[in-house]
Design a protein around this ligand. Sequence first.
Ligand SMILES: Nc1nc2c(c(=O)[nH]1)N[C@H]1C(S)=C(S)[C@@H](COP(=O)(O)O)O[C@H]1N2
Ligand SMILES: [Mo]
Length: 475
Amino acid sequence: MTAVGGAVIDAVPPAVKDWAIAVFGTSDKVALLVGMALVIAALAALAGVLEYRRRFAGALVIAVFGLAGAAAVLTRQQATPAAVAVPLLVVLAAVILLRVLTGRLHRWLDNAANAEVAGQPRRSFLQFLAGGAAVTALGGALATVWRGAATLVNEARQQLRLPAAGSAAPPIPSGAEVGLDGMEPLVTPNIDFYRIDTALAVPAIDPGKWVLRVTGLVAEEVELTFDELLAKPLIERHVTIACVSNEVGGDLIGNARWLGWPVRELLALARPRPDADMVLSRSTDGWTASTPLDVLTDSRDAILAIGMNGEPLPLEHGFPVRLVVPGLYGYVSATKWLTELKVTRFADDVAYWTTRGWSDHGPIKTSSRIDVPRSGRAVTTGTVMFGGVAWAQHTGIGKVEVRVNRGAWQEAKLAPGISVDTWYQWKCGIELSPGQYEVQVRATDLDGEPQAEERRAVAPDGATGFHTIRVDVNP
Ligand SMILES: Nc1nc2c(c(=O)[nH]1)N[C@H]1C(S)=C(S)[C@@H](COP(=O)(O)O)O[C@H]1N2
Ligand SMILES: [Mo]
């Protein structure tokens, strides 16, 4: 079922995917799985009715669906023989159960008129129905246990002791949090960190078996094991990462303290050839991202990350190793469950989302957000405190301004940032008499470049426009 869902995710046009994410938010995968469960239940009912009317007609429905499932598994990159065998065995069991059940149902109904013998076939049918249901439930439970491989990896993760960083994260300057009620914390707790990926089942990777390969246009291919990575001189940095699907004012952005080894050190060992201009990073589930080679080799701290806010990476955030690249949207940089770095050229290779309507380059656009007060909230007249965040990764924020009802821009108080690679908090008190107002925010980076005013959709390379909220001021 996960494989069918994965194939669906890969096959649907980006517009449908955007719609699904918009409607169901990040529970889009749950919605997909629930939807599929409903379809399966409907098909099972249909198979029952058909089989009752005509021998093997229902079995055919099940067989076709099962073969489609097996085919979907084959399209998955991580397909194993067992993963293909499971849907086939399930189909076989379902067909046998269906035959037996319809046989008993026929006998029950044929004998229904004959009061003396009717009870026995009815009991037999109901017993098989209950038995079938029990076996199905047991099978589901076993499948869950099988997935318990994830549990073992979780244990390996819990036992992991992260080494200290040789180069520690610069301290958070005092006053970096403006201290307004309702603001998001400056450093996002792992549990609240947004999650975006195409993985229906979170990959469970044993760190003892993990290897990263550097391949492609290099003087020397390099392999790195997890133990080797732990022994490298590690750095720790706060970096704010964002999703290209983040709407203006959206929450697909988070700031964490990442521990790892600079990617440029690994690439230096492999020595990329001069004609290379891109690194195609690949995860265990086959997902890929295209990152400009110069972004991975310049002085910015692009990291092969193993730690997030002082813990090993959570499984959903890429355990055991992921990429974190300051300044680029996640879809072109932040590969989780990393297994390969292929040094290549934009002219020769395309990444997962690039073939699905998104740009091959994805620098994060300067933007800002109003978090306090929430849009549509009523506040009391007087000095109303507004607050939020602004980001211009790898350039830094120079100023933030707020305007009311499209009037003059007023400069907000900008809190000191942790670094140019993280978001900054801001606050601004504005005198408002009772009434209804539209409030907007605008950020300008340290080069003096203001964020784009034109409203643009998230596709193909990130939304622009001013975050705009409505505030009701009560007497
Ligand atoms: N393996 C893998 N890595 C991935 C993705 C994915 O689908 N598969 N999605 C990317 C996208 S689009 C984003 S925005 C970031 C999100 O990282 P997070 O889930 O840790 O917040 O991961 C990136 N890394
Ligand atoms: Mo993303």
